[in-house]
Design a protein around this ligand. Structure first.
Ligand code: AMP
Ligand code: MG
Length: 342
């Protein structure tokens, strides 16, 4: 298949891509988190194409994207309206996905056999214009091949999806760089995946405690009872083996310097750079507590190591506060929980 590439989001591009969606084709589009791989969420054949193009496990459900929070009720039940109102007023549009009981208007394939559906309203103007042009709810996981780092620029989508999908809409680089926060709304509020909307922000807006699911920071032991199927799989991984290095700053830097001299790739903090040699295998994730910068850099840096054919990578692991929790979660999955204490 020839993949059409639109280097700008124009009215013509939107009309064309909206029609492709209604015809059951796949279109990659930018959002404020990462690039999404979109299909008509009401069309089972179209949704199946997403799993095929990504090589995604069939039991890992998709997020359905809407242009307007008011459209969600057509496709999902909202048991606690007051709670939903608070969340949607604060974070919709925005990088928050909520998991709700599903309704029948959606293809059952978006939920991969679950009775729930994950829904979100992106804040990226181009993303919402695309959804409006399609006149359909858009099922969209990240537009990478499964297990690869998520795409934060259209060029990353080309690397993984060229020839496999109908079109790519280029809307520049993504603002946040990590996927949306996923929150299960039931009797308790449970964070299934951390993102740019933080646990602290949700607690402030709802006045309720947010539980962090065990799968966010640890390996999922019992795969039958996992709350979010995506937690079971290796994710975001570069080609080279990756390990996280933790300990006092001085010791971590000494470890990095030695590994660097042996040819390893290093993903360090800005503050570490002065203790390390400058080379193309050493990249800064951002300042130690600038979690937003780290989130923005993370996936692009992992892809860059692949391009530079690095054979071993060591990384810092940020704290669990604010957006740091999201960065830590992605790095733990990328390194498959391989942590070296120094
Ligand atoms: P991605 O599409 O790559 O952004 O991944 C979507 C994430 O949301 C995966 O980790 C899924 O397991 C999770 N997810 C999607 N739908 C549901 C759902 N109905 N219940 C729980 N988790 C979900
Ligand atoms: Mg993904």
């Amino acid at each position: 298949m020839k993949t059409l590439f639109f280097d700008k989001i124009t009215e013509t591009a939107l009309d064309f891509c909206g029609k492709l969606i209604r015809e059951g084709e796949l279109v990659a589009f930018p959002t404020e988190t990462v690039y999404g791989l979109g299909a008509d969420a009401t069309n089972t054949d179209a949704v199946c194409k997403i799993y095929e193009a990504k090589g995604r496990e069939g039991d890992n459900p998709l997020i359905v994207h809407f242009a307007d929070p008011a459209d969600i009720e057509v496709y999902a039940s909202i048991p606690d309206k007051a709670l939903f109102e608070k969340l949607s007023a604060a974070f919709m549009p925005g990088p928050l996905t909520v998991v709700l009981p599903r309704k029948d208007a959606l293809s059952p394939r978006v939920s991969a056999g679950l009775s729930t559906v994950a829904v979100r309203v992106p804040s990226h103007e181009g993303a919402r214009a695309f959804i409006r042009a399609a006149r359909r709810p858009i099922a969209a996981p990240s537009a990478n091949r499964s297990h690869r780092p998520s795409p934060t620029a259209a060029s990353h989508v080309v690397e993984d999806m060229d020839g496999k999908i109908a079109a790519i809409l280029d809307g520049g680089t993504c603002e946040h760089g990590v996927e949306s926060t996923v929150l299960l709304l039931s009797d308790t509020l449970r964070l299934l995946r951390p993102g740019a909307v933080t646990r602290e922000m949700i607690e402030e807006v709802t006045g309720r405690e947010v539980l962090v699911d065990a799968g966010v920071l640890s390996r999922v032991e019992d795969v039958r009872r996992v709350a979010s199927p995506g937690m079971k799989y290796r994710h975001y991984a570069p080609q080279a083996p990756l390990s996280a290095v933790v300990g006092e700053d001085e010791r971590v830097c000494a470890f990095f310097a030695k590994a660097q001299s042996e040819g390893a790739g290093i993903l360090c903090y800005e503050e570490d750079l002065e203790y390390l040699a400058k080379n193309e295998r050493t990249m800064s994730l951002g300042s130690a507590e600038d979690y937003a910068a780290q989130a923005e850099t993370l996936f692009c840096a992992l892809r860059t190591f692949d391009k530079r054919r690095v054979e071993r990578i060591y990384t810092r692991l940020p704290k669990e506060e604010g957006v740091g929790l999201a960065v830590k979660n992605r790095l733990l999955r990328a390194c498959e929980f391989d942590i070296i204490e120094v």
